[in-house]
Design a binder for this molecule. Structure first.
Ligand code: N2P
Length: 383
């Protein structure tokens, strides 16, 4: 066979295979008869025309979703949630249709226990090699049998720079959320706490000197009481758009906050002239939560192959870096580092220095004590 025609045949074949594999762009050739779920054509995977992605608020650059659609012809149906527990409630209610979710460490363990997650073969995903070894094979998901690591961060206190209440130094104690003597002077200016039961209970448990994973009924009740005593001083429970609607707009002066959200508030209020942003972040001396979020597939997803394909896409170095450059949360992707902005890599409010990292603790699955946590939370939100 003549060389040129051989190459042409190969090119045609590859193009055909890619089309079968990727599907055409939305509305492109073949869209009319596109199946609602994925199908195998001659042994090749045909991606589903849509993928339903359910994530934390502001936890991805939506351009990354648009790029995926453009590249592979898969429409992304995107929605967000406020906490791990909200996500769990949705899944348990049998809310079908989600294909990709982003639970944190302890919630992955809970979901595996409940049989809510599909299995994956992470090693078979080409981009899994890009993940930092320290994030592989985590105790909450041995062997990455269900999830791939996404981003991580810490939970602390964000505060308004320049407010006289913080003239003596950063509010680096949970007393600024729970001690009425501390709360009294700042409450009129607005305080927000995360609308997240494990996070708020952990903050109160740290404040009391207990483990953030306590299963001791008396300690949990003490944490609940500390929260109930402080609640009248808080303006809002918000873990979604608090940094844009409350912090950046100066509706509040202090917030229980996730590190990347606080960093976004800093950069969104950044003034070139002074080289300052309005919001700073501090990690309380009593200790604080460190979390790792993950990309997982609900067991009842009807589009698991497409979900795995999307998971692999999220682990491309440039993609993972673009997400960190947008969200200000560190990536679990080692190969992404070279594409992450220097300002982010060197920011101690994003990548904690060793003395701060030493104060951080993971939340763990608390087993049946979760029913006590649920009960405390109902009392906290109900009153
Ligand atoms: C971003 C939410 C961070 C994830 N708004 C907390 N686990």
């Amino acid at each position: 066979m003549h060389n040129k025609s051989f190459i042409l045949i190969v090119v045609l074949f590859v193009t055909a295979a890619l089309t079968a594999c990727g599907g055409g762009p939305a509305g492109g050739p073949g869209a009319a008869e596109a199946p609602t779920t994925e199908t195998a054509v001659d042994g090749e995977l045909q991606l589903a025309p849509e993928l339903s992605v359910y994530n934390w608020a502001d936890y991805i650059d939506e351009q990354i979703l648009a790029d995926y659609t453009e590249r592979y012809g898969v429409e992304i149906i995107y929605d967000t949630y406020a906490s791990n527990e909200d996500l769990l409630t949705k899944l348990q209610a049998g809310a079908g249709g989600y294909d990709v979710i982003f639970p944190s460490d302890y919630m992955v363990a809970q979901m595996i226990e409940l049989g809510l997650l599909a299995e994956i073969d992470a090693e078979a995903m080409p981009n899994f090699a890009n993940i930092n070894e320290a994030f592989k094979d985590p105790p909450y998901d041995p062997g990455n049998a269900h999830c791939t690591p996404y981003q991580w961060g810490m939970t602390g206190i964000a505060y308004r720079r320049g407010n006289p209440a913080f003239a003596d130094g950063p509010p680096n104690s949970w007393a600024y959320l729970f001690d009425p003597a501390r709360l009294e002077p700042i409450a009129p200016q607005g305080i927000n706490v995360l609308n997240d039961q494990r996070e708020l209970m952990a903050a109160a448990l740290f404040y009391l000197g207990y483990s953030p994973n306590s299963t001791d009924r008396a300690e949990l009740e003490a944490a609940r009481d500390v929260i109930l005593q402080a609640k009248p001083y808080w303006k809002t429970f918000n873990s979604e758009d608090y940094y844009s609607t409350l912090m950046e707009s100066d509706e509040i002066v202090l917030s229980h906050a996730w590190s990347g959200d606080a960093a976004q508030a800093f950069w969104n209020t950044y003034d070139e002239a002074t080289g300052e942003g309005n919001w700073l972040f501090t990690v309380p001396v009593e200790g604080a939560v460190r979390f790792a979020d993950n990309v997982c597939i609900p067991a009842n997803s009807q589009r698991q192959e497409t979900a795995r394909h999307f998971m692999n896409y999220l682990m491309e170095p440039e993609v993972a870096a673009a997400i960190t450059n947008f969200t200000f949360y560190p990536s679990a992707n080692e190969a992404a580092k070279e594409f992450i902005d220097e300002d982010i890599l060197t920011n101690p409010g994003i990548y904690p220095p060793p003395e701060v990292a030493a104060k951080l603790q993971w939340l763990e699955d608390v087993g049946d004590a979760i029913f006590d946590y649920d009960e405390m939370w109902t009392a906290i939100k109900g009153q």
